[in-house]
Design a protein around this ligand. Structure first.
Ligand code: SF4
Ligand code: SF4
Ligand code: SF4
Length: 248
């Protein structure tokens, strides 16, 4: 059991715009690249060129097809990484204190030298945002590029998370949600930004901006009738996402 701070001086996090994300995975690659080259041990891959490749990624993008009652099907791309929750169950469940939330900026981190690889935090996170590194036997997660944002050796324009710096669509924004005048606070307020699965009570710092409906003209999608749904009945995170996107 590890304690969370009662409050943090800043609330650093991301705004991710589901309206403009094109699912290009550039943020996934830049995240993997930066963290493999810099933070802790490299993010390992297993059988990267084999039949069943797997690996450690701190940011992943899932894509969903939404079929409205009328009109063309719409693709929604959903990037997902740690949301640096205020009431982070991944921290309180940790038996060694390896998982912690920083008082100065609210970033949730793992001290790898204290991690015993029990995996409890991964079970506790409702978003699937933690990744066990199979080679190192320790838990890894998004650090909000803590080794970039304060890094005086980098040019000032590079002192933001690698995913934000890379996104070609301008769909990712970084800032302090504790400041109501910050760019991320203003953007969230203006666009109706929402919490991911608020019913979990984790108070995620990261926010998502909803996708806007596409053309509502009478149009025929020639492919949609041929696409079989991947799952008829959804559960857990996917079920929540299904309901959220159903409002489109
Ligand atoms: S998203 Fe998951 S790993 Fe990140 S702080 Fe919240 S509960 Fe913890
Ligand atoms: S895997 Fe590591 S960080 Fe996660 S709960 Fe166990 S000791 Fe803590
Ligand atoms: S880089 Fe930007 S547009 Fe590409 S998947 Fe990531 S968030 Fe979406």
């Amino acid at each position: 059991m590890t304690n969370l701070p009662t409050s943090t001086q800043r609330k650093l996090g991301l705004v991710i715009d589901l309206d403009t994300c094109v699912g290009c995975h550039a943020c996934v690659i830049s995240c993997k690249g930066w963290n493999t080259e810099n933070y802790g041990a490299p993010l390992s891959d297993q059988q990267p060129y084999g039949a069943d490749p797997s690996g450690t990624f701190l940011n992943r993008v899932h894509s969903y097809e939404v079929q409205p009652d009328r009109g063309a099907a719409q693709l929604v791309h959903f990037p997902k990484s740690c949301l640096h929750c205020e009431d982070a169950p991944c921290v309180t469940v940790c038996p060694t204190g390896a998982s912690y939330k920083r008082v100065e900026d609210g970033i949730v981190l793992v001290n790898e030298s204290d991690c015993i690889g029990c995996g409890l935090c991964a079970w506790a996170c409702p978003y699937g945002a933690r990744e066990m590194d199979a080679a190192e036997g320790v838990m890894k997660k998004c650090t909000l590029c803590v080794d970039r944002i304060y890094n005086q050796n980098l040019p000032e324009e590079d002192r933001e998370p690698a995913c934000v710096r890379t996104c070609p669509a301008g769909a990712r924004h970084f800032g302090d949600f504790g400041d109501p005048d910050s760019h991320v606070s203003q953007l969230t307020a203006a666009r109706g930004g929402f919490d991911l699965m608020p019913e979990q009570g984790t108070k995620p710092v990261n926010k998502y901006l909803p996708p806007r409906p596409r053309d509502s003209l009478d149009q025929t999608d020639v492919l949609a009738p041929f696409l079989e749904p991947v799952a008829q009945e959804t559960k857990g995170f996917v079920a929540w996402l299904d309901r959220a996107l159903g409002a489109l």
